[in-house]
Write a new protein. Structure first.
Length: 456
């Protein structure tokens, strides 16, 4: 029998049989694979082909004929158009199973990692309104009104919506105040195409434990006119702690510029993870889900299991969050991080917590660790790594195996590069013992994983 030729704009009814790592449904037409955004395993759906390649193509979900039993109504009306959430229409329970499976499959397929304890994924108790940081773009709507909300997926079209199901609820009030202030004083939003206008983004941060609030306007200018009335209105919000603007006059997609001017209050807000206090300024990196971060670091600490004589190296340490979380249980902690400002924060955070056994180095982990090892024959009992998505440089992994710590704890935000790096370590003296997934980003396809390796 002749095979069908699948062409763009063809419409088919297909069964969705699998979910790709980026959350698209996968179904087949006569053996040809179609990836369909917003479709779920168990859906029977009408799909329009929008792009074809030799061995697979992409389809648009036109109509669901029979819904998957795992399908739920997405609480956010913008869930499908917004770039932020990919799987809000999947029940939270199944989201967790999807993430855990993704990690298990990648560890096996890419890493050939077997025979370890997989702890049940730690999900959120309340998978909504969990983010402590938001960056809202500001623009002009069709009728010349100020709009702010979020970008539609893969575009810079702003969907005007102050409500977001994963952001801190107070943002809604903050956006109303800023919009009213801009309208009252005729302050223009920034226009990317003409590079004119003033207000580009509104950055907000909320301390979940302290209830402190930060608002920072990112502007295409050096001064903020009528700032007194903005400050007056924002100060009415209980918890307001820091009001500032950030200067970004570049033609760029990068949101923040390098200079921050405080208009009122402190230059930072404070929050806690466990009983460690952190000062967070507009420019510092800080985990966006503080409730789950505590569980993530708890798992890392449990796996590291430091004793009072242990020396820990915390590589890719950011503002020293993991280092300080572990310092109280260890003899000495060393952190390494590439961003100098983050290291300034790390040192200050050590000081405000009265922690004196933590030291920090600026530089690339793959350079600082081998060089210091060569020069000073430093020793590590435990090494923690928490790299960005691309994972660890091979030269760093090589140095870790030379240093022979008794345990390595790998914290990862990308299970594919994690699996690759675990394979390297398992081929050289280390064995994966325990794996713990933590859901930090509900309704997205992302998953955080902590792995314990022990020296064989
Ligand atoms: N452990 C921290 C930060 C993790 S994010 C926390 O939990 O908050 C990863 C960090 O690695 C970022 O702070 C990034 O700036 C840093 N980084 C990226 N490449 C690096 C490299 N080659 N060497 C050291 N740090 C690096």
């Amino acid at each position: 029998m002749e095979k069908k030729t699948i062409k763009k704009n063809d419409i088919y009814t297909i069964e969705i049989e699998d979910l790709s790592t980026d959350g698209s449904g996968i179904g087949k037409v006569d053996g040809y694979t179609l990836f369909v955004k917003d479709a779920l395993i168990g859906d029977t759906a009408e799909v329009k082909v929008i792009k074809t390649k030799k061995h697979y193509g992409y389809g648009r979900l036109m109509r669901i004929i029979t819904p998957s039993p795992d399908r739920v109504e997405a609480p956010c009306p913008h869930a499908r158009s917004c770039g932020g959430c990919q799987i809000q229409h999947l029940s939270y329970e199944r989201q967790l199973a999807f993430k855990e499976n993704k990690v298990r499959n990648l560890l096996s397929r890419v890493g050939h990692v077997e025979d370890y304890v997989m702890h049940p994924i730690i999900g959120m108790e309340h998978p909504y309104y969990y983010r402590n940081k938001a960056q809202f773009p500001v623009g002009l709507g069709k009728d010349g009104q100020i709009v702010t909300g979020f970008y539609a997926g893969h575009t810079h079209v702003i969907v005007d919506s102050a409500h977001c199901c994963i952001q801190a609820p107070v943002n809604e009030q903050l956006l109303v105040i800023v919009k009213k202030w801009m309208t009252d004083h005729d302050i223009a939003p920034y226009d990317e195409t003409t590079h004119k206008g003033l207000v580009r983004h509104i950055l907000t941060r909320v301390g979940f434990k302290t209830k402190e609030i930060m608002v920072c306007l990112i502007i295409n200018g050096k001064k903020l006119p009528h700032s007194e009335s903005l400050v007056k209105a924002l100060r009415e919000i209980p918890g307001m702690t820091s009001i500032s603007f950030n200067i970004n006059q570049d033609k760029t997609n990068v949101i923040l510029g390098s200079k921050v001017v405080t208009l009122w209050g402190q230059d930072y807000i404070t929050d806690y993870i466990g009983d460690v206090r952190y000062q967070i300024s507009p420019l510092s990196f800080y985990q966006v889900n503080p409730v789950q971060t505590e569980k993530l670091y708890g798992a890392a600490l449990k796996f590291a299991n430091p004793g009072p004589n242990d020396v820990i190296w915390d590589l890719y340490c950011g503002i020293g969050t993991i280092s300080l979380f572990m310092a109280k249980k260890a003899k000495q902690v060393y952190g390494v991080e590439i961003v100098p400002q983050a290291i300034d924060d790390a040192k200050r955070n050590a000081a405000i917590n009265d922690i004196h056994n933590a030291e920090f180095y600026v530089g690339k982990a793959e350079e600082v660790l081998p060089q210091t090892y060569e020069r000073e024959h430093i020793h590590a009992d435990i090494i923690v790594v928490d790299p960005p998505r691309k994972g660890c440089d091979e030269s760093l992994l090589a140095c870790i195996t030379q240093m022979q710590p008794k345990r390595v704890v790998y914290v990862s935000c990308d299970p594919a590069t994690l699996a690759r790096d675990l394979k390297y370590l398992e081929e050289r003296d280390y064995k994966v013992k325990e794996v713990q997934c933590v859901d930090m980003f509900g309704h997205s396809v992302h998953v955080e994983t902590v792995v314990l390796l022990e020296r064989k």
